[in-house]
Structure formats: C-alpha cells, structure tokens
Design a protein around this ligand. Structure first.
Ligand SMILES: Cc1cc2nc3c(=O)[nH]c(=O)nc-3n(C[C@H](O)[C@H](O)[C@H](O)COP(=O)(O)OP(=O)(O)OC[C@H]3O[C@@H](n4cnc5c(N)ncnc54)[C@H](O)[C@@H]3O)c2cc1C
Length: 387
C-alpha cells in the first residue's frame, strides 16, 4: 500500500473526453498522472459530434477550474421544447441562465488536451503503444470507451443489449424563421425514436435522430437534398434545416453496464463502464459524473488505490442504474404509437406543462440523476440553478 503523504501515481488509459478530464481531476488532487492513448492529438480531435452538458457537469468544470476556458466553446440554451408526436402533447422547459449547454467535440477536446499538456503533474503518452509500466500500487483508470480491451483483460464483462433503434447524427444550418432558434433545443419523441436538435451557435445545430437501424442506414445514403427534405418533415416548422454541414453518420445504440466498476487497483470510468441511449443527453454527463466521484475520492490523502477503487464502485452504482433505467424507460414509453400509452403520455406531459414545480423537478432529475438530486438537495433548487 502507498504510504500516506507519499506522491500517488495514476495511469489513465484513454484520452477521450472522460479520460482527459479524469487525468486533470487527479492532477488537481495532487496525483502524478500518466495519460495514455494510441490515438494522436489530431486523431482525438477529429470526431464530428456535439454533446449536451448539464449543470452537474458545469459544477464539476468550475470545481476543476476549467469552466472559465471551456465556457467559450459551450453554447447555452435557455429553452428546451419537448414534443410528443404520438400524443400531440408538448411542453417548454426554460431557465434564465441556461437549461444546459451544447459543446462541439473539437474545441472541447482541444481545451482538455491543452490543459493536460500544461499541467505539470500530467505526462502524456499519445499516439504511441509504448509507455513506462505502472507499479502494482498505482491507480489505473480505464477510460477506453465501450470497446475497452483492458476491461476485457480484467475479466469484467459488459452486459446489456443493443436497441433495435440506431442513432443518426448530422450537423446542419437551421433557417432563421425563429428568432430564438439559437437559444432553443428540441427533444421530439416520435414513434420511430427520439429526435434531438441541439443548437451550438451561429444557427448551427447537431441533430441526433434515432430510428430503426435500416432506416438510419437508408437515410445516410440519401442525396443531400432528399435527406434535408426527410429531416425537415420530421423537424418542427420553427427549426427547419437549410444546409447539411457534414455527412450524416449512424451508430448503434446500446444499453450496457459493467457488472463491477473495478478490480484491485483498477477502476472503470465513462463509456468503458456504461453505455445508454442518448435520449435526454445523458451520455457524457453520466461519464463525467464518474469523474466527479473520482475527483472527490482522489482528494482524500488517506485512501490508497485499492480503497479508492472500492469506494468508487460503491458510490457510482445507484446513480448509474437509476439513470440507465430512466433512459430505457423513456424509450419504451415514447418510441411507439401504442393506443393504451398515448393517453398516459398526454396526461403526463399536460401535468408537466401545467405545474412549473414538476417541470423544475424533472429538469433537476435529468441534470443530477435521481440519486444526486436527493443527496445534493438539488430537487429544491429554483430554475435549475447551481448552488
Ligand atoms: C459515432 C458516434 C457518435 C456519437 N455522437 C454523439 C453525439 O452527437 N452527442 C453525444 O452526446 N454523444 C455522442 N456519442 C457518444 C459519446 O461519443 C460518448 O458518450 C463519449 O465519447 C464517451 O467518452 P469516453 O471518453 O468515455 O469514451 P471515448 O470517447 O470512446 O474515448 C475512449 C478513448 O480511449 C482510447 N483507447 C481505446 N483503447 C485504448 C487502450 N487500450 N489504451 C489506451 N487508450 C485506449 C480511444 O482511442 C479513445 O480516445 C457518439 C458516439 C459514437 C460512437
């Protein structure tokens, strides 16, 4: 066991958004950190995607002194319109500062890698398969994404299932028919699957469009004009797409959870440990709540790597299971045109629309997860504001 007071060392495998943030959190807590990824920095930046970030994520970034820099690439949206196409019910969530933020992958990842590069406690080993070896007492953080080979080598499975729905993502320029389009995000529940429009400034938005896999594939192969026509039929009149800014791409959607979150001195973080449907924009926020727990435990000088891994597993379970069940429940409830469910959905959304406190509660639920909301007292915060 490492002696209390001696310098503690961590090895973070995977420099995606979760791994690079975990490296910074550990370095800020006084650990010496090695960050490893077979991809070069340029390859790490190349993904075309945008993330919805919640207030719980903002709080972590403030705590790690990163928000000041990252906020420049996080576009706030103050309105979230929710429509259920099946029951024709809708409601509007709003908050004076922000309901949430949308961040484009490239500048976000770039800021994180630069912050790692500048931190004197972080040694980066990117774009190389070779690196020094950890000692048995070092902490190992596996943030290698869903197809992690280290998780498999530890003998920890990744249980769950693949949805019949897949997810198509594309960036578009929206028409300016609505003056508030840059300020408004949409979540549309459609019988084939949810469709989200996430604005990230200058009229540009990320579309996340879930539908049966074959349909996603067919749509990706459409001529751009035909694709835009199909997309605009699905979008609300106030958020019509004018120009495609990249090639639509689809990826499979899964519900997967590792049955344990660590072994010995190694813990699993982010999509190595869990993967859920992108409905409600939970994905990266859930990954970064793993980092928030790791950051809190890393600050306790008396904890050796083994104890830290055990406590991390105990603290993360409830939140992960609650959020994953909730996202799956939303998909089962809304991705259909079941006649018996339509009145229930209509009634539920009418309740939300009529009772501001209920809207506030559900927004805080999506922000902090059921467990975090109860533990932090966030359920009573007005307008989704941080403490
Ligand atoms: C095609 C696609 C599109 C997506 N679009 C969106 C979107 O629009 N919005 C959204 O919110 N979410 C989206 N997601 C989900 C989102 O990308 C994930 O939630 C997020 O990337 C998880 O971050 P992570 O750091 O845990 O894993 P990853 O981002 O997968 O990062 C894992 C890193 O580990 C590295 N690695 C792998 N093996 C090793 C190893 N053996 N040793 C060291 N390093 C290793 C990889 O090179 C990679 O850099 C998308 C996912 C996919 C697959």
């Amino acid at each position: 066991m490492q002696r209390a007071g001696s310098e503690r060392t961590a090895w973070v495998r995977g420099a995606g958004p979760t791994g690079s943030l975990a490296a910074l959190a550990l370095a800020e807590a006084g650990w010496r950190v090695h960050l490893l990824d077979p991809q070069t920095p340029e390859q790490l930046l190349q993904r075309r995607r945008a993330y919805a970030l919640t207030h719980s994520t903002q709080e972590l970034l403030i705590q790690l002194k990163l928000w000041k820099h990252l906020s420049s690439c996080c576009h706030p949206f103050r309105r979230l319109e929710l429509h259920d196409r099946g029951s024709k019910a809708s409601t509007l969530f709003s908050a004076p500062e922000a309901v949430g933020w949308i961040a484009d992958h490239r500048p976000l990842q770039q800021h994180l890698l630069e912050a790692c590069h500048q931190h004197k406690a972080v040694a980066m080993h990117l774009g190389t398969g070779s690196s020094p070896s950890p000692s048995p007492d070092d902490l190992q953080v596996i943030a290698e994404g869903a197809n992690s080979s280290s998780r498999d080598a530890l003998g920890i499975g990744f249980r769950g299932f693949r949805y019949r729905q897949s997810c198509l993502t594309v960036q578009v320029k929206l028409t300016t028919t609505s003056s508030s389009s840059d300020d408004t995000a949409w979540e549309l529940f459609r019988p084939e699957g949810p469709l989200a429009v996430l604005p990230f400034g200058a009229g540009v938005a990320q579309v996340v469009w879930s539908a049966p896999q074959q349909r996603c594939q067919q749509r990706c192969e459409l001529h751009p004009e035909a694709f835009l026509a199909a997309l605009n039929q699905a979008l609300p009149p106030a958020a019509q797409a004018e120009v495609l800014l990249d090639q639509p791409a689809w990826f499979p959607v899964e519900w997967r959870l590792a049955p344990r979150l660590g072994r010995g001195t190694t813990l699993l973080c982010g999509e190595t440990a869990h993967r859920c449907h992108p409905v409600g924009g939970q994905g990266l926020n859930l990954c970064w709540r793993d980092v928030a727990t790791l950051a809190a435990l890393a600050q306790q000088p008396e904890l050796g790597a083994r104890q830290l891994v055990q406590r991390y597993g105990r603290r993360r379970w409830l939140d992960l299971i609650a959020v994953m069940i909730a996202t799956d429940g939303l998909i089962r409830l809304f991705s259909n045109g079941h006649r018996l469910l339509l009145p229930i959905r209509r009634f539920g959304i009418a309740l939300l629309d009529g009772i501001p406190a209920l809207r506030r509660l559900s927004l805080n639920l999506a922000t902090y997860g059921p467990v975090g909301m109860l533990l932090t007292g966030a359920w009573q915060r007005p307008n989704n504001q941080p403490p």
